[in-house]
Design a protein. Structure first.
Ligand code: AMP
Length: 392
């Protein structure tokens, strides 16, 4: 078991917290500040316990000087200050005398935010390649390191693994919650246990399927990835999304787990994107039909299975949900599950966005904050950013 922030005496200590402030920004405005809000519990806890709080986060990808100009955390520090109701000291650099001096001046309960960690990527990807010297330098600024950025925990970066390798460390409340809700649910589901998988490519989900097919009672497959399975089972899928390299994998899986794997029986198809939208059964596809959502019979089939299940983990939208005409399957299943009072875990990335954007933010047991990180947890992998944290 990993140490948690609660296992440390934080008073008078310089506590470095790796948070996830990677928020969407447009025209110098934060479009969605949910990630900042999700970090408040850990930050406030550290403030209340009398720590000198030092925050690190990345924002976007930094490949050019232009990226750098557009991705300063200054705007985030202003919003954080509003949310905390106190001043946040923002240091517009990732290392050096200015930062060292500001850290030295910190008093108990102060909060300091360091500039975007990925600015270090302009200098040979030092952050993303977990440069040893950079990790050591950031660690030298603190006494304790807390990882509360779940969404980057599947990466071995200087701002998580690098610091944790050089300092006493623990996890924050957000990471603790993710590990508890996703990790423990997979190991100890209430049965029957169903996994819903969707999204574009089978190849991205092979690890998840391999790990969960033995543990789950049902795997319901929708979204673009369903059509590679349907092709593998001999259906004509027209011009629907296909992942040729995964056909053999799909065939093997369908042979081995016939009863567990549930595929769409009908789909919403178009010949031209967002035009002539038609509902078709599996055997009715024309050569130029593109399936972009699951159909009504499939929605009912999924609901019939889900109504008897007690734990449901869902990763990947069931259709091209970004476009209204193809969002019905994802919405219907979200709505059904939101009313079901079952243990429902929404596994990050597009599925979490869909759940939040369609109004189901508070309707489920858990909505993960990490796309890639939650996928790797579902694959049964150990995340490097968590692995590097001290054990109890
Ligand atoms: P992933 O990142 O693999 O979970 O894929 C998410 C993406 O899959 C979203 O952008 C969806 O629009 C897309 N998607 C879902 N269903 C389909 C479909 N039937 N055809 C094409 N794209 C789809």
């Amino acid at each position: 078991m990993k140490k948690s922030i609660k296992d440390f005496n934080l008073k008078n200590k310089r506590v470095i917290i790796r948070v996830d402030f990677n928020v969407p920004i447009k025209d110098e405005k934060i479009i969605d500040d949910n990630r900042i809000k999700m970090s408040l519990k850990t930050i406030n806890y550290a403030i209340e316990k009398g720590a000198k709080v030092i925050l690190l986060s990345h924002l976007g990808r930094i490949k050019t000087l232009e990226d750098k100009n557009q991705n300063s955390l200054k705007i985030v520090s202003n919003r954080l200050s509003e949310l905390l109701g106190k001043r946040v000291i923002f240091i517009d650099t990732t290392r050096g005398e200015k930062l060292d001096n500001a850290v030295k001046k910190l008093k108990n309960g102060d909060v300091l935010l360091i500039e975007n960690t990925r600015f270090e990527d302009l200098n040979g990807n030092l952050e993303s390649n977990n440069n040893d010297e950079l990790g050591k330098y950031w660690a030298s600024l603190g006494d304790i390191f807390i990882n509360d950025a779940f969404a980057t925990s599947h990466r071995s970066h200087a701002s998580n693994v690098g610091i944790a390798s050089n300092l006493e460390s623990g996890i924050g409340f957000l990471v603790e919650d993710e590990l508890e809700k996703i990790g423990k649910t997979i190991d100890n589901p209430k049965r029957p246990f169903a996994v819903i998988l969707g999204g574009a490519k089978v190849s991205d989900k092979i690890g998840v399927i391999k790990n969960l097919v033995k543990k789950a009672d049902f795997i319901l497959i929708g979204g673009g990835m369903a059509y590679t399975f349907l092709k593998a089972s001999g259906c004509n899928i027209g011009l629907s999304l296909i992942d040729e390299q995964s056909i053999d994998f799909c065939k093997q899986l369908l042979n081995g787990y016939k009863e567990k794997i549930i595929l769409p029986v009908d789909s919403i198809v178009s010949k031209v994107f967002n035009k002539d939208i038609t509902l078709k059964n599996n055997n009715e596809f024309d050569y130029n039909d593109m399936a972009l959502d699951i159909g009504n019979r499939t929605i009912n089939l999924f609901k019939d299975i889900l109504k008897n299940c007690n734990t449901i983990i869902w990763n990947g939208p069931l259709g091209y949900y970004e476009v209204e005409s193809y969002s019905n399957g994802t919405k219907e299943i979200l709505d059904f599950l939101s009313k079901s009072k079952k243990e429902v875990i929404i596994g990050g990335g597009d599925t979490s966005s869909a759940a939040i954007n369609f109004g189901y933010k508070n309707s489920f047991t858990h909505i993960s904050t990490g796309g890639g990180a939650s996928l790797e947890l579902l694959e049964g992998k150990i995340l490097p950013g968590i692995d590097a944290i001290d054990n109890k």
